[in-house]
Design a protein around this ligand. Structure first.
Ligand code: AHM
Ligand code: MG
Length: 349
């Protein structure tokens, strides 16, 4: 037989199913949820691809009754995410960077154990302020098992404690990057796997199995326009990397897109450090713990890296509010540990 050139390949669906087989106790509920994230991202992708055309043509050539073509894409992406999970019986709550309040989804109590219910949190379109300039944007998601006690209640619904769980308890996290190609990258705690969307067949195909962050600091990513607002330890850290004193940073290059998923994705593949530290005056970071920090921290740790606030591992931070902001220093283990060391030394002096 002549060789057609086709090799074995995995789609996102088949890979999730194969991962699930390794856990015989699994009943497939969680895998279904993960596949739905893939579905939502394809719908968002179709909107992102038309981003520049909506103003010219309207949505599908005309403005629809909801006036959707005038809507900002992050609002549309948020609606797509909500519509995707709203009717899944196992999802009892959602929280979004775009929504002030959590969304509780009461379900009849079918006697399913509490751990068969999930909550999902997401940043539907991170970096959306860049979209008019055709810069890559992304969707970030985080999935937790629900805590709610279902005993003797007629309905099951998520409450605030279900959402305020530390990141180390995440069941899964991931992101989708809408870039020169669209990629879905996720972890369930068994490595980080990346899938590239084949636009011709509309399927995510496994392209990056078991991603490990290279142990070289190729990229330094921070908004250096904020330098004067950084605390002394962060300034010293940035100065040290640039100083030429350390052989490890001789080839380090400054790269900052200003779109977290894109900066994170590049650093994950090439090695590097991303910093969005606290503003020295307010003491607060910009990025959100639950929709950005914790999910990316789970991914980076699964890829061999680390994420910190400077004082604490991001995955150990106990959230106290839904939209909590954190300083985020994330990337190679070596660089994150060096940052923490400099913060410690500075605090001791
Ligand atoms: P957003 O969630 O409102 O899109 O803001 C988050 C974005 C990140 O994608 C990015 O890392 C950061 O804001 C960039 O901020 P700055 O413009 O201050 O450098
Ligand atoms: Mg965001």
């Amino acid at each position: 037989m002549p060789d057609s050139g086709w090799k074995d390949f995995h789609t996102l669906e088949s890979y999730i199913a194969a991962e699930e087989k390794m856990h015989p106790q699994s009943r497939g509920l969680f895998s279904h949820l993960l596949r739905r994230v893939g579905l939502a991202s394809k719908v968002i992708n179709s909107k992102v691809l038309r981003a520049g055309l909506n103003d010219v043509l309207g949505d599908h050539g005309a403005t629809n009754v909801q006036g959707e073509s005038q809507m900002k894409l992050d609002v549309i992406a948020n609606d797509i995410m909500k519509a995707t999970f709203r009717w899944m019986p196992i999802v009892i709550g959602m929280a979004s960077e775009e929504e002030d309040e959590l969304i509780s989804l009461p379900r009849p109590n079918t006697g399913m154990p509490a751990e068969d219910h999930y909550i999902i949190m997401f940043d539907p379109l991170d970096g959306s302020s860049n979209i008019d300039a055709n810069v890559s944007v992304g969707t970030i998601f985080s999935i937790h098992r629900a805590l709610s006690d279902t005993e003797k209640k007629e309905t099951v619904a998520a409450g605030l404690p279900d959402f305020l769980q530390p990141g180390y308890k995440q069941e899964a996290s991931g992101y989708v990057i809408y870039g020169s190609s669209t990629m879905f990258v996720y972890t369930t705690g068994h490595g980080v796997h990346g899938f590239t969307l084949d636009p011709e067949i509309g399927e995510y195909i496994l392209s990056h199995e078991n991603i490990r962050i290279p142990n070289t600091c190729k990229c330094f990513s921070a908004n250096e326009g904020n330098y004067n607002k950084w605390d002394t330890a962060t300034k010293q850290y940035a100065d040290y990397l640039r100083s030429g004193k350390d052989e490890r940073y001789k080839k380090t290059t400054s790269r900052y897109i200003g779109s977290l998923v894109a900066d994170f994705h590049r650093n994950l593949l090439y090695g590097g450090i991303f910093l969005y530290p606290a503003d020295a005056k307010t003491g607060k970071g910009k990025l959100r713990l639950l929709y950005e920090g914790a999910p990316l921290a789970m991914l980076v740790e699964q890829a061999g890296g680390l994420a910190t606030t400077g004082q604490k591992r991001i995955l150990d931070v106990q959230p106290t509010e839904l939209h909590q902001r954190v300083p985020l220093i994330i990337g190679n283990k070596h660089e994150v540990e060096l940052y923490e060391k400099m913060v410690r030394e500075h605090t001791a002096n």
